[in-house]
Design a protein around this ligand. Structure first.
Ligand code: GDP
Length: 304
């Protein structure tokens, strides 16, 4: 329900237009496909993914010789969901840390302002509700505000935040946090990192160092590298995803701020292009507005 509400703007712009594209048409012809292409691109699905979707529908038209517009909705849902990477995510309320991966270390990366801190706060809250012991590491040492905000979330949720002074080496904070988490038998350790995209080489060097340092304590850490992207920035989010996936092995994605934007189609393009599971989506600023992502549910709610 909050998913439907969170995606309202995308839904309105996307599928409001879809109705117009097929108005007065009984079959899917070139005109309909042209309109559809325009709608998908303007919803930030991305050009390449849009072309794939159009080609798949063309192939079905060619195969079946005829496709009624009344069926376009269903076919479109199927083809979009097929293109998207499987998410395989467990509901957060059921998330159990694998016994051999305790403490489970999540390193969170992404550019400033995308909603990293908020996502960490929301995740901590949900993990904690499930009974997990959570420790946070404030390794974004370049912005005082980032550390303060993480501490605020820590207080609100009731989880410890490990931090050091401004401008200390982020890897030192990551080390402290992982050490503290391991010493205290934490279930989950979440490390916030600085989102500086100055140069690719620096980003890579910084993230590699953070990983290397935490591996001194937990050799297979991080178990997850979660890239947070701001969905409301549309194709900018795609560009950031390209930068970060070049700099480090990103294992999962969180796409935030899908409420209040008509650019939610970007989730489809990102899921297709990067073959990395979208695990979470942010549909608001409150604790419970971080949802576990399910591609079928997502696509369905766009068509409701
Ligand atoms: P960071 O710099 O990446 O750590 O970003 P923050 O977590 O500080 O978030 C930046 C702003 O985006 C804050 O005002 C958050 O409340 C807001 N924000 C984060 N996630 C969402 C979301 O899913 N929806 C909305 N509407 N706002 C969000």
């Amino acid at each position: 329900e909050s998913l439907d509400k969170g995606l309202e703007k995308t839904k309105d712009s996307f599928f409001g237009k879809l109705g117009k594209a097929i108005a007065g048409k009984s079959t899917v012809d070139d005109d309909v496909l042209d309109n559809l292409e325009e709608i998908l691109v303007s919803s930030d699905v991305g050009v390449e993914t849009t072309l794939k979707i159009i080609e798949r529908i063309q192939a079905r038209v060619a195969r079946d010789k005829y496709l009624g517009t009344s069926e376009l909705d269903r076919i479109l849902r199927e083809e979009i969901a097929t293109l998207m990477t499987e998410s395989n995510t467990v509901d957060l309320s059921e998330f159990e840390v694998p016994k051999d991966k305790k403490p489970y270390v999540i390193m969170v990366v992404g550019v400033n302002g995308v909603g990293k801190t908020t996502t960490i706060g929301k995740l901590s809250s949900q993990f904690k509700k499930k009974g997990n012991k959570v420790v946070l590491g404030a390794a974004d040492t370049f912005r005082a505000a980032a550390v303060d905000q993480l501490k605020l979330w820590g207080e609100r949720v009731g989880v410890p935040v490990i931090s050091r002074g401004m401008n200390t080496d982020p890897s030192a904070v990551a080390y402290d946090a992982v050490k503290a988490g391991a010493d205290e038998n934490a279930d989950i350790i979440i490390i916030d990192t600085a989102g500086r995209l100055h140069t690719k080489v620096n980003l890579m060097a910084e993230l590699t160092k953070i990983k290397r340092v935490m591996q001194k304590v937990i050799p297979d850490a991080p178990h997850e590298v979660l890239l947070v992207l701001d969905g409301s920035t549309g194709q900018n989010a795609v560009i950031q995803a390209r930068e970060f996936t070049k700099a480090t092995d990103v294992t999962s994605l969180a796409i935030t701020k899908l409420d209040g934007t008509a650019k939610g189609g970007v989730v489809i393009g990102i899921s297709d292009e990067f073959k990395i599971p979208v695990k979470y989506i942010g549909v608001g600023e409150k604790v419970d507005d971080l949802q576990v992502f399910n591609k079928e549910e997502f696509v369905d709610s766009l068509f409701k």
